[in-house]
Design a protein. Structure first.
Length: 791
RNA sequence: GCCGGGGUGGCGGAAUUGGCAGACGCUACGGACUUAAAAUCCGUUGGGACGAGGGUCUCGUGUGGGUUCAACUCCCAUCCCCGGCACCA
């Protein structure tokens, strides 16, 4: 019986003693950068989802190494940020004290045991000053490039926690931490202008070798929509009111205009007699929480401002309304209402008895009709097609021009928290907003016990007099530091760049190494980070490219988003108490078994269903592998060698296409065959171990060593040399009569149609089908199938 | 509502893209070994019909149509599940 505990411990020790996975980054001949998503060392340990992700990525890395690449597989810790900070707050520990402990546990007790080919020399910890010095450096570079700006904005606010919340911390309109209703609050925040890159971020997706789901998530997050801006002159003069629309073809159907309550010029539009009503209206809107405000079902509310605009084409007088269904942050913050052809405008018009004018041909019962069609009641454009008008929009009238908007909004990077890299900005009365010069970085996060957010909406750092007061880098006069820290997503937006030279004190990454190793060849991780992390990493890479620091603009050539694990068909959750603890299986089944089972239980990209019975099955399988390895050496049959040829192809195909389950299945088939023979050739045993090694590295190493292999199986190459056996064996060719399988004939590979037909005639059963009929057609696919059409 | 992904035995899932549907594994059942159990090994395991039997026939990949010598795979329509986006103008 295979003693997995002993063997795994032995190889874990050898792996760390011999440093087998350290890559000579300078001199590597065939660099392959295999990246996985580094973990937050925040909770009590790695969970099964982390393991699943890391192992899936490591299988790929080990495979590429077997294939002869110099595989660079680094790991680190996303140690700053709200996850780690909230965890520290919950257990009442200082994050600066707790985080290193968590990292120690992750690294020593978990990551070093799972058999991944990590190069530990490249470890990065985002909360270390050596790392965040460069996070701050990136901030400064973006600031200097005009991509970082401080502006007033309405941000998510939790009235209970009294803190600003990131979008991703608001779930169904509620605070992620305390479940109270989130509201909006206007504060001054730092933003990265990612929206300037919206088109490139969208366009580049076409060229990227990424899983389709991941690209689709990014596309909808960017949310491009094309249309036109139409300018409506105000009756009383002043600036024109601009409205974005995707349907300029319905412009003749505009019966009123609507602006958002927060629209910059809304108060100016409200006439004197309506000021009081507007004030009350605004108060009601402010009070509304986000869930209610954005609910589709909620009845729309609005009020007439008393002002009028003029229709640019017809000269008609149009009422200007304020309504809560219009959002200031999208488009121009103003909407041209076409109730006949827009559901929201239709509802609103009915409620407030505003006119409805049909301008696209349809039955009146179909209103609101939102499809394209023939334009009617549209002046000289009557009879035109919608699509035709939209394509021509720039030529129609001076008030209309084609325009594009995106749902993507600028990235709010400031956080009023403690556990993050301080934003490297100084405010000076004389010099204004001044970035901290590069040679003064990092701006160290002060060591203090006063780090708990107080609900003032300001960072705890604002209470730290020693930190706040500084001198201006330009005029040396008294100045104050920015007290917000950076969003955690900035830490992780560039970590893969740091891995190539984590100790470099002169720059965030060594240029030569970056040229040699970047961009990342393969990135495997969960789709839960498809929006934010991947988008931000792409943006930072593009920005560093444009500022001349990187030679590429897309960080990840290939990305594969994998699925989620469920437990016995049930979603895992702490409340259901059905979380799988991976460490437990290290003792009962072994790491090899867990790795192999995780890859076998389902299709990696789709996710899988974890069952203990499956773990037992894989344990049996590994025991059988061990049994074969200990069979007497002797000659093996040609058919077993041909099975090996088949298994080699299967494993290669399955790994390259991230269909690991089918690779493991192929190995099981080979093992089932091999068990039928009493002897086995040494080469077959070694090749089996090689094929198995990406999945179950420890047993594979042990078998390799047992059969006289040296150092590590990883450098022993990918199996080959069975081509002749694959060819020599005869094939079974299914024979169809009129498309139905009626039998099979055994023939040598490559047989031609004529000879095959002779075999069919000689076959008792098949020839029966050909009696008394006329053969009308014969379809033959070499070595695959024969179909005889008869009448 | 829009955009992705999917729907295959009792279950997890295969089928390298139009060429033997159900690989591999689980479960269940039967058997061997055992005083017994565990472990291990062997056999059966999509539905139906026929056959003493080796087997033979037939239906079958959410549903309804279509293309093709041949369809889980392609086309049209439709239902359901999962994920993303969403008062986005």
């Amino acid at each position: 019986m295979y003693d997995f505990l002993k063997v795994e411990e032995k190889w874990q020790r050898l792996y760390s003693e011999r440093r087998l996975f350290e890559v000579d980054l300078q001199n590597a001949q065939k660099p392959f950068y295999n990246l996985m998503m580094f973990p937050y060392p925040s909770a009590s340990g790695l969970h099964i989802g982390n393991m699943y992700s890391f192992i899936g990525s490591d299988v790929y890395g080990r495979f590429m190494r077997l294939k002869g690449h110099d595989v660079f597989e680094p790991i680190g810790f996303d140690a700053f940020g709200i996850h780690s900070e909230n965890y520290a707050l919950r257990v009442d520990r200082h994050p600066a004290e707790l985080t290193p402990e968590s990292i120690e546990y992750f690294r020593e007790m978990q990551l070093k045991r799972i058999g991944a080919i990590y190069d530990w020399r490249s470890e990065v910890i985002t909360s270390s000053p050596e790392y965040y010095k460069w996070t701050q450096w990136i901030f400064v570079k973006l600031f200097k490039a005009g991509l970082a700006n401080k502006k007033l904005s309405r941000v998510n606010w939790c009235p209970n926690c009294k803190t600003v919340l990131a979008d991703e911390q608001v779930i169904d309109g509620r605070c992620e931490r305390c479940d109270s209703q989130a509201t909006r609050k206007e504060t001054s925040q730092w933003f990265f202008e990612i929206t300037r890159y919206a088109e490139r971020l969208l366009k580049n997706l076409e060229k990227l070798d990424w899983t389709e789901t991941t690209k689709s998530i990014q596309r909808s997050w960017i949310g491009k929509s094309s249309g036109a801006v139409i300018r409506f002159p105000l009756e009383n003069g002043g600036p024109e009111l601009e409205a974005f629309t995707t349907r300029p073809d319905t412009v003749y159907g505009v019966t009123y205009l609507v602006v958002a309550p927060e629209f910059e010029h809304a108060p100016a539009l409200v006439i004197a007699e309506k000021k009081d009503e507007f004030k009350h209206f605004m108060q009601d809107v402010e009070k509304m929480d986000i869930a209610t405000r954005t609910s589709i079902k909620r009845e729309k509310r609005g009020m007439f401002t008393g002002s009028y605009a003029k229709h640019p084409l017809t000269g008609e007088k149009l009422q200007i309304w304020v309504a809560d269904y219009v959002l200031a942050e999208y488009g121009t913050g103003a909407v041209m209402a076409v109730p006949a052809h827009d559901e929201r405008d239709f509802d609103f018009a009915l409620k407030y008895e505003l006119p409805i004018k049909q301008v696209i041909a349809c039955e009146s019962a179909e209103l609101p009709f939102t499809g394209y069609g023939k334009m009617i009641n549209s002046g000289k454009h009557t009879e035109r097609r919608s699509e035709d008008f939209i394509a021509d929009v720039d030529k129609i009238h001076g008030s209309m021009s084609s325009s594009v908007t995106y749902h993507l909004h600028d990235w709010c990077v400031s956080r009023q928290r403690y556990w993050g890299p301080p934003i490297p900005i100084v405010y000076c009365d004389k010099c204004g907003t001044v970035p901290v010069p590069e040679e003064q970085l990092p701006v160290l996060l002060p060591e203090t016990d006063d780090y708990v957010p107080d609900g003032s909406g300001k960072s705890p750092l604002a209470r730290n007099e020693e930190f706040v007061h500084t001198e201006c880098p330009e005029c040396s006069g008294p100045a104050k530091r920015e007290t917000d820290v950076n969003d955690n997503f900035l830490d992780s937006a560039w970590y893969f760049l740091r891995y190539v030279s984590p100790d470099n004190e002169a720059s965030p990454f060594d240029d030569d190494l970056a040229k040699k190793w970047l961009p990342v060849d393969m990135y495997i991780g969960g789709n839960e980070h498809a929006n934010l992390h991947l988008m931000y990493a792409r943006f930072i890479t593009m920005a560093l490219h444009d500022t001349g620091y990187l030679h590429f603009e897309e960080p990840f050539k290939s990305f594969r988003g994998h699925g989620l694990i469920v437990n016995e068909g049930q979603k895992m959750s702490k409340s259901k108490d059905n979380m799988i603890n991976p460490i437990r299986y290290f003792e009962t089944h072994g790491v090899d078994c867990l790795r192999t089972y995780l890859m076998f239980m389902g299709s990696f990209l789709e996710g899988g269903d974890f069952r203990d019975s499956g773990m037992d099955a894989v344990k049996r399988f590994l025991n059988r592998v061990w049994e074969i390895a200990n069979h007497p050496e002797g000659e093996s049959s040609d058919s077993l060698k041909s099975k090996m040829a088949w298994a080699i192809d299967k494993v290669e195909y399955s790994v390259r296409n991230i269909k690991y389950n089918t690779g493991v299945a192929a190995l099981m088939e080979f093992v089932n065959e091999a068990l039928k023979e009493e002897n086995i050739e040494k080469k077959l045993v070694l090749d089996l171990a090689r094929l198995l090694s990406p999945f179950a590295p420890f047993i594979a190493e042990e078998i390799h060593a047992l059969k006289g292999g040296t150092v590590t199986i990883l450098d022993s190459g990918f199996p080959s040399g069975y081509e002749e056996y694959a060819k020599a064996v005869s094939v079974e060719i299914p024979v169809q009569i009129n498309g139905k399988i009626r039998g099979k004939v055994s023939a040598e590979r490559g047989i031609d149609q004529e000879r095959l037909m002779e075999l069919v005639s000689a076959d008792e059963k098949l020839s029966g089908y050909l009696k008394d009929v006329r053969i009308r057609k014969v379809v033959f696919v070499k070595d695959k199938i024969l179909n005889i059409v008869v009448s």
